[in-house]
Write a protein that binds this ligand. Structure first.
Ligand code: PLP
Ligand code: COI
Length: 364
């Protein structure tokens, strides 16, 4: 792919954040974005990195009406040696194309997807925080660009990558959060779009998310769409339960997002000698386990959220407290292992890290 890089003048560059410990999640964005376009005749064309700027869209652009859109989320980490690590970005490339297929959108060759990210991250290197715990969040996305109100797949698309320096996703940081178990609303159902990373899934989750916050919870723990009986996942992460010596997570069933962190945790847990179960998990079994004390830990796992301990579930107006609202040993172990690998402090035996080659002359 021949990426056209538009040079930015020094005065066009934004001032860098002053305190990397106060970044929060995606509050500011870097100077540049990657953009390319698709049409049926030309395929993907005109890849460019240019100054981050608003899009001009006709009011009839399909994405604004029928939500034909997909996205990904991954991070670049700066190691103590100053290297830049991406964590399993090939998995994001593959999932992006699975989401594209589900939403009738064109695939992007994996190599081009990776190149778009690596080239942009290299140019924007100064934005990658050097504090452990902070990182550069990478958001590739694609949207339908035809202008029509007919309900059909678009024939033109725009693909874009933007970057944001981030700290922890939750205000709680690495402290237990509370989750609200919704048995009223549904995020996704089998046969729907739950396992695709598409904006509509998140729009569908907003009302329940508001209810969760009104009840003092950070996010929703979703149950299955058919019976509201089986645990699925959380708004922005997959979910794990420690039942004594077993680590249990809902099996991928078509309506759960197949998380890359989830896959990594499963592998790390097995290597730690834990018994791991991926299976349908009834909410009654979880609530029963918390009540009798056999559920000792709950944690979420996702790119933005990293490993996020859960201190309580609110279900049918009752609070069920897990592990005295403290961070449990398995949650801590998974957090340490994952972060250790991401920040280059633990040997990468799985070949999960892809280093971004830094080019001294690339900036500005
Ligand atoms: N589930 C949902 C709904 C998500 O939005 C995310 C975040 O990407 C995840 C799970 C975790 O996926 P991953 O570990 O690939 O970030
Ligand atoms: C991610 O973890 O990358 C996500 O996409 C979650 C989110 C902020 C929607």
């Amino acid at each position: 792919m021949k990426i056209e890089i538009h040079p930015l003048k020094k005065h066009e560059l934004k001032p860098l954040y002053t305190n990397p410990n106060e970044l929060g999640f995606c509050k500011l964005f870097t100077d540049r974005m990657f953009v390319m376009h698709y049409s049926e005749v030309d395929g993907w064309h005109n890849p460019a990195i240019k100054k981050l700027a608003p899009f001009q869209l006709e009011p009839s652009t399909i994405v604004l009406h029928y939500a034909q859109e997909i996205f990904e989320g991954l991070k670049a980490f700066r190691t103590k040696k100053g290297e830049i690590n991406l964590f399993r970005p090939e998995m994001n490339a593959k999932r992006f194309n699975r989401s594209a297929a589900r939403m009738c959108m064109p695939a992007i060759p994996e190599f081009d997807f990776l190149e778009s990210i690596e080239t942009l991250v290299r140019l924007e290197e100064r934005w990658i925080p050097s504090t452990t715990g902070a990182s550069l969040y990478i958001r590739p996305f694609m949207f339908a660009a035809d202008t029509t109100l007919g309900v059909r797949a678009s024939s033109t698309y725009t693909y874009c990558v933007i970057l944001s320096p981030v700290g922890p996703y939750y205000a709680e940081g690495f402290n237990p959060i509370s989750l609200y178990v919704s048995d009223e609303y549904t995020r996704a159902a089998r046969g729907g779009t739950g396992e695709a990373k598409t904006g509509g899934n998140y729009a569908a989750s907003l009302l329940a998310g508001r209810v969760a916050r009104e009840k003092g919870c950070a996010q929703v723990l979703w149950l299955d769409g058919a019976e509201h009986r089986f645990v699925e996942e959380v708004g922005a992460m997959n979910i794990f339960f420690v039942f004594e010596d077993r680590l249990v997570t809902p099996a991928l069933n078509g309506s759960i997002l197949p998380g890359i962190t989830r896959d990594s945790v499963l592998m790390l847990a097995r290597e730690q000698g834990l018994k791991v179960e991926e299976r349908p998990l009834p909410i009654d079994e979880v609530i029963g386990g918390i009540t009798t004390g056999s559920v000792t830990e709950i944690f979420g796992a996702g790119t933005a959220a990293s490993i996020s301990p859960v201190g309580s579930l609110r279900y049918r107006d009752q609070d069920y407290v897990v592990g005295n609202r403290k961070v449990g040993p398995i949650s801590k172990k998974m957090y340490d292992l994952l972060r250790g690998i991401q920040y280059g402090e633990i040997e990468d035996r799985h070949n999960w890290i892809r280093k971004v080659a830094l080019d001294q002359h690339a900036a500005a």
